[in-house]
Design a protein around this ligand. Structure first.
Ligand SMILES: Cc1cc2nc3c(=O)[nH]c(=O)nc-3n(C[C@H](O)[C@H](O)[C@H](O)COP(=O)(O)OP(=O)(O)OC[C@H]3O[C@@H](n4cnc5c(N)ncnc54)[C@H](O)[C@@H]3O)c2cc1C
Length: 435
């Protein structure tokens, strides 16, 4: 049995786990990050599309993403290190979101952007043609599966337009960015243990007291934080708290397609991020002059909840379906015989908004349910989760008097109670990766 004593143990060294570790270390906590994989960001963070965009269904979601954006712009200054592996960086592309009935023609999103002073322009269908090559602007909603005879047949004359936000983009390498945060945290004294699996959450005197590892060791700490991504519900089961949460989390298997750009188009350097709830896909430029195509979970597609330790790593016809949907919008898009891309997991909550909270077990905290859309927010989450630990450990009851987090870059105070494990399901949510 080890005698190591820490102020806080963080389960999971993904982008969110490491940002929490870094912020706790900045506050002087002696932290230990434990991950069952071989390094930082090897879990679902490594499969992330790492898109930085502001359109969310709630004002809180928009504000959080806007605040996060500034951390990425100031990445080396935020971390105060130069990682010998290199530093990840933000690539600005702009993001174009189609106005559809699904997103209520972006009325609420534009109100939230206006409130924060975020610039955008509204595009007519004619103007959309300046942003995507040779587009077909007919409507295709509602989406269908490939085996439906009506798949690929338009359902209306023309989309109504789009909103283009010039300040949007993506991070060059999500795994490297997570390593960058590890180096910054180590620089402040944080410890990391890799290839180390947590198998139990320990309690003593009515609160959390540490974790047990698969090799029989135990590690003690008065604070334990579940940032285990798609394994979050496994860890919560160990802590015995699931029955005391209104919002649950589950691992969802997703596919992302990478297809070549249309001939003669330099999408890698000139392309934008697109979100198209009419065809049901989002895209961003990808290295190798590819177009990366993810799903916005249209109603016709079954959601594949899986065992995070035992799921199909091969493509099904889902990636091809997504590519074909994008080809409805860009008919010149080549669809290869063999699909390339990513198969990975989201940790999805009941309303596709995350749970950032304490729990019914004193000292045990949650940063889970990130639902395929929280990479961009990781640095802000690190900042307010470290505040939340201090707030609760100094005797405040976050359930009755939720922490109010004053943002650093924008003029906004975020009620962290918005992310409560005991909230009612957010009926305003898109119930998709959009959040
Ligand atoms: C395909 C895909 C595309 C995405 N695209 C975007 C996007 O464009 N923009 C955006 O903002 N977000 C996106 N996301 C979401 C974003 O990437 C995630 O929200 C974020 O990476 C989650 O980070 P995390 O640290 O919570 O989890 P993870 O990176 O999953 O880390 C959790 C860690 O916990 C460890 N762990 C689990 N169980 C144990 C255990 N028992 N003991 C020890 N360690 C354990 C795992 O090994 C893992 O490393 C995407 C996600 C995916 C999968």
């Amino acid at each position: 049995m080890t005698t190591a004593k820490y102020d806080a143990i963080i389960i999971g060294a993904g982008i969110i786990g490491n940002c929490i570790t870094y912020e706790l270390a900045r506050k002087g906590y002696r932290t230990l990050s434990v991950d069952k994989l071989g390094g930082s960001g090897f879990g679902s963070t490594s499969g992330s599309c790492a898109i930085i965009r502001f359109y969310y269904s709630s004002p809180e979601g928009v504000a959080l993403a806007r605040e996060g954006y500034y951390y990425w712009l100031n990445w080396p200054r935020y971390l105060k290190v130069a990682d010998p592996h290199g530093m990840a960086y933000y690539k600005n592309t702009g993001a174009m979101v189609f106005k559809t009935e699904v997103n209520h023609h972006l009325e609420k999103v534009m109100t939230s952007l206006d409130a924060l002073g975020v610039g955008y322009i509204e595009l007519s269908p004619e103007e959309v043609k300046d942003y995507i090559p040779n587009p077909d602007l007919r409507t295709y909603y509602p989406q269908k599966r490939m085996d439906d005879p009506a798949f690929g047949q338009s359902t209306g004359a023309q989309v109504t337009g789009a909103v283009f936000a010039p300040e949007s983009g993506y991070i060059s390498d999500p795994k490297l960015s997570t390593h960058n945060v590890e180096i910054a945290a180590r620089n402040l004294g944080a410890d990391f243990m890799f290839n180390t699996e947590v198998v139990d959450i320990l309690r003593s005197a009515g609160r959390v007291s540490g974790v047990a590892l698969s090799d029989g060791q135990t590690l003690q700490a008065p604070v334990v934080i579940n940032v285990a991504g798609p394994h979050s519900s496994r860890i919560n089961a160990m802590a015995g708290i699931i029955d005391q949460m209104n919002i649950k989390t589950r691992a969802l298997r997703v596919e992302v397609a990478h297809v070549p750009s249309p001939e003669g188009v330099d999408w890698e350097h000139g392309g934008v991020i697109t979100s198209d709830s009419d065809t049901g896909v989002y895209t961003r430029p990808e290295t190798g002059n590819h177009v990366l195509i993810g799903s916005e979970e249209p109603a016709c597609d079954p959601l594949e909840y899986v065992d995070p330790d035992d799921y199909n790593l091969e493509f099904t016809d889902q990636a091809r379906t997504q590519a074909m949907r994008e080809a409805m919008r860009i008919p010149d898009l080549p669809i290869p015989n063999r699909m390339q891309g990513v198969v990975d997991l989201y940790d999805v909550s009941d309303d596709w908004y995350p749970v950032y909270d304490k729990s019914s077990l004193p000292g045990y905290y949650l940063a889970i349910g990130t639902s395929g859309n929280q990479y961009k927010n990781a640095p802000v989450v690190g900042a307010f989760m470290s505040d939340l630990v201090q707030y609760c450990e100094s005797g405040h009851d976050h359930d009755t008097e939720p922490l109010q987090y004053r943002m650093k870059y924008i003029d906004y105070t975020l009620n962290i109670g918005f992310f409560s494990r005991n909230r009612e399901i957010n009926a305003e949510s898109s119930f998709s990766v959009i959040g």
